[in-house]
Structure formats: structure tokens, C-alpha cells
Design a protein around this ligand. Structure first.
Ligand code: ZN
Length: 342
């Protein structure tokens, strides 16, 4: 585990990307097909009603993913059928109960988002459904000590008690309130980009978190894009509710499952992400095995000339195309803090 060459390359990079995957959440959400199989186990009646029970039974209790695959494919297919509202609502409700979906304090995720807010990484892309990155961003933005003064620095305190101060210029941009540009509003720079509708909000100064696999907390209207109800406690919209703006349209779940990839449902969003991966002068990949349905991302990343894979194992990555730093995300985060957040 030698981080020196990577830290050196990162200090001179002008447009670096940080791409993170399930590995940085490992141990909190069951990986791979375990999650859909557990869902089937706890919803046997629903599986029966959908005609999926036999497939679930075959997938349950075996370790061979090729045996599990037919059930998962049929479940995902059933989920995408508009009429299966009960399955859609039940599955997203069930996934939301995983603790890290609501977010929690995490040194790894905090380090990554601070490095991104400071511009050490120009772009942050996640394939994860959880809200561990977003939770830390929220804590930075809504520091209660400066709640009403966005022009003061924000402070984030790590678990070990050390704190880091972030300049307001990295967090806000003054946006004119009127055409005369006399009155300004402090607009937060950060945003979540997931669907084509979200792209309308993309500005020169936005720092979008590319959440390319959506979330169980996202519902989308086909006409106006996504809405997140992460952290909304009351009157949450439900699957199938009419869009508040387009009453003739129904809200649909916005989540990309096992075996699916974002390039198919949302080529516009993938196009934006792909362009960034292609023009970046450095890409760090952390916690992404690049296997299965993520191989379309891996191929684009591998084509970039300056890729650093920080993973305990190489997964499906072509080690002749990427630099491999054999390490865990926590070790990388600690090294980043030592080099850039002092
Ligand atoms: Zn709408």
C-alpha cells in the first residue's frame, strides 16, 4: 500500500474524478443478489402473487449467482412493470429501512466530500443507493453554529474530534435575485444529479453529486424529472401519486437495479458522466469491482490514461490499464486527510 505516487498525481491534477461504489458501504447493505433474495424471503406472499415464488425458492440458500440470477432478473422485470405498484412501493419502503439509506456519520465519506467541495476532486460519482455521502454534505451545510450566516466558514468535526473548516466560497455562490443584479441569494453549490430532468439545474458553478443508480428515496415524473424525499418525514409522496406539477403524470420509482445500467434508461445522464470520465486528467476509483452490470462504466474508465484503483482486490479491473493501490477506503481517506485536510 503505497499512496505516495497517487497523492503526488492528485496534487497536480486539474480535473480529477472520484468514483465510488458499493465497497465503501460494504457490510451495511447486503451485496449482490443477497438483497433481492432477502426481500423475497420476507415477502413470500407478494412473491406468490407475482408468480415469482418458485424462482425465489430456487435462488434461496444457494451460493451460485448463476442460479440466483433468473429470480433477480424476473423481480427486476416485474418491478419495471407500471401496474406492479404494490411491488414498487413495498421494495423501496423495505430498502429505505437500511440504516445507511438515511445516512450516518462516517469519516470516509466526510473526507471524500470535503476533498470534493474543496476542488481536490472536481467530480464525485457514486453507484450507491445509500445516503452516506449526502448525510455528511448536509452536516457541513447546516452547521447549526452558523445557520443564518452562509458567508462564515463551515466546520466539520470528525469522529476522533479533529475538525476541519471549509471556506464559504466552496459551498455557496451568490446568485442574483433580480435582473438588476443588486440583490443576491447565497445558493448552495451542491446538488444531486440522477435523471435527465435534474440536468436542467446544472450550472457552471454547480457541484453535482452524480448518483447514477438512483435511490429508493427518489420518485420521478416522466415530464419533470426526479424528486427526492430523503429526510421528508411527513406526507411523503407514494409510487403512483400524481406529479404535483403534471397531474396527468404518475410518479415512478427512480432506481437502477442489479443487471441494469444507467446508459439504457437515461442516456443523457450517462452522456454527461461519460464526458467527465473521458476528459478527466485523473480518475480515482474506490470500492467498485467493475463487474457485472458496472462493466460499461469500467470500460470507459479503463480507456482514460491516468486511473488509480484503490481497492483491496482488483475485481474485474484490467491491471495493465490502471494503477492499483491495494488498500481499503478507510486507509485512502486517512491519507487524503493527512495530505490535503490539515
Ligand atoms: Zn412533473
Amino acid at each position: 500500500m503505497d499512496f505516495k505516487p497517487l497523492i503526488g498525481a492528485l496534487s497536480t491534477a486539474e480535473e480529477a474524478v472520484l468514483l465510488v461504489g458499493a465497497g465503501i458501504s460494504y457490510g451495511k447493505i447486503p451485496t449482490g443478489y443477497q438483497l433481492p433474495i432477502q426481500f423475497g424471503e420476507q415477502h413470500r406472499e407478494l412473491m406468490r402473487a407475482l408468480g415469482l415464488f418458485e424462482d425465489w425458492e430456487k435462488a434461496y440458500g444457494v451460493k451460485d449467482w448463476t442460479v440466483q440470477k433468473p429470480f433477480v432478473e424476473k423481480l427486476v422485470d416485474a418491478f419495471s412493470q407500471e401496474e406492479n405498484l404494490a411491488l414498487q412501493q413495498t421494495l423501496v419502503d423495505w430498502m429505505q429501512r437500511y440504516k445507511n439509506m438515511m445516512g450516518a456519520r462516517s469519516n470516509i465519506h466526510a473526507t471524500f466530500v470535503i476533498a470534493w467541495l474543496l476542488g481536490i476532486f472536481e467530480h464525485l460519482i457514486t453507484t450507491n443507493w445509500d445516503f452516506l455521502l449526502e448525510w455528511q454534505i448536509d452536516k457541513i451545510y447546516y452547521d447549526p453554529r452558523k445557520h443564518t450566516f452562509p458567508f462564515e466558514p463551515s466546520e466539520f468535526t470528525f469522529k476522533n474530534g479533529t475538525s476541519y473548516s471549509i471556506d464559504p466560497d466552496n459551498l455557496y455562490v451568490p446568485e442574483p435575485l433580480d435582473e438588476d443584479e443588486e440583490e443576491f441569494f447565497w445558493a448552495p453549490r451542491w446538488d444531486i444529479m440522477s435523471t435527465p430532468g435534474d440536468l436542467d439545474r446544472l450550472q457552471e458553478w454547480t457541484r453535482p453529486l452524480w448518483k447514477i443508480h438512483g435511490s429508493p428515496f427518489f420518485l420521478a415524473c416522466p415530464k419533470c424529472g426526479g424528486q427526492s424525499y430523503w429526510q421528508v418525514r411527513k406526507r411523503r409522496p407514494r409510487v403512483g401519486d400524481p406529479c404535483p406539477v403534471h397531474p396527468d403524470q404518475r410518479l415512478e420509482p427512480e432506481i437502477t437495479f442489479w443487471g441494469q445500467s444507467i446508459d439504457e434508461p437515461y442516456p443523457e445522464v450517462w452522456g454527461e458522466v461519460k464526458a467527465r470520465l473521458e476528459r478527466a486528467d485523473l480518475i480515482v476509483v474506490c470500492g467498485l469491482s467493475g463487474s457485472g452490470s458496472d462493466s460499461y462504466i469500467r470500460r470507459v474508465v479503463e480507456a482514460n490514461a491516468n486511473v488509480w484503483l484503490v481497492n483491496p482486490s482488483p475485481g474485474d479491473w484490467d491491471l495493465s490499464a490502471v494503477h492499483h493501490v491495494k488498500a481499503k477506503s478507510a486507509q485512502f481517506a486517512a491519507r487524503l486527510r493527512g495530505a490535503f485536510l490539515t
